[in-house]
Design a binder for this molecule. Sequence first.
Ligand SMILES: *Cc1c(COP(=O)(O)O)cnc(C)c1O
Length: 370
Amino acid sequence: MMRDFDAAQLALPGIRGLQPYQAGKPIEELERELGVTDIVKLASNENPLGVSPKVAQALQEKIAGLARYPDANGFYLKSALAEKYGVQPEQITLGNGSNDVLELLARTYVSAENEVIFAQHAFVVYPLVTKAIGATPIAVPAKDYGHDLDAMLAAVTERTRMIFIANPNNPTGTFLTADALYGFLQQVPSHVLVVLDEAYYEYVEAAERAPSIEWIAEFPNLVVSRTFSKAYGLAGLRAGYAITHPAVADLMNRIRQPFNMNELALTAAMAALADEDFLQRSVQVNCEGMAQLVAFCEQQGLNYIPSHGNFLTIEVGDDAEGLYQKLLHKGVIVRPVTGYELPRHLRVSIGLRSENQAFIDAMVAIANEA
Ligand SMILES: *Cc1c(COP(=O)(O)O)cnc(C)c1O
């Protein structure tokens, strides 16, 4: 006889109410489920160029040393990042993906009594980490699918401890200018941490980028997070980081798992950072692919949300879920965004020219079947 045991009843209330993170469907899973081959995955904003050859080489050379623990302080990677961004290594916290640092930040600063503000249609990890702590999530209605900074400011109370802003935002691709962000930071009270999630920073045109890291000197309550998962092509390894005031990093470091960034991720991130050429090609391929998908939407009369990221969120009509399924049957994986309160849209990651074309061909074929 199994004993009485109520797993849910014993769990923290904040966790009982959570829905697990819904990842893009893996290629192998679609193969298993539908027996489809030649699958194109445009569902997780991954880099279609794959891994830089220099990263692959560096990883090969590390394999023999994997019996050893990694450097718990990530000395070399922090030094390289510090030099690149003109900050002190003491300002950097490395993470097992930037999701890890987002969670570390929430666990360092947010308690069950606090409120955490983010925008409607913002990255789902923000409500997840907030609710897990038992804190109160405040989702501020979007403006033109993006952040309404005035409304977010108006939502700040004495209980607010953190505001998450993704710029560009996922899954909408919307973008806030440097002026808008700077004006916002000037008005946020200093008992509130502003977490600026710049996962897609490298795709933003240089002239449009906010000097966010420089702002930390003026706004010590500002945190900037970045990742190696997107333009650097290392999503599978999990490597991200936060740049903060050194006192914030010191506190995060106290709860960080000592080896949260593994040896291969440290190695690959170092090599990726040094491969400017690969980064430039990645951005170029994205630019061309974006133009290709936008042209398709224009030609078909499909609305889309103008995007500054490596994906395009397209309004496909009342039956987005049905279209998603039909695309799966044609071997094209995109991302439904109903969970983001966008039930009429699908998010399509920018792939190689041939992959984007496979999506376009499948869309045309499905339209012709109807
Ligand atoms: C993809 C993404 C990240 C990056 O997550 P990792 O854990 O670094 O892979 C962070 N924020 C947003 C908004 C994203 O879309």
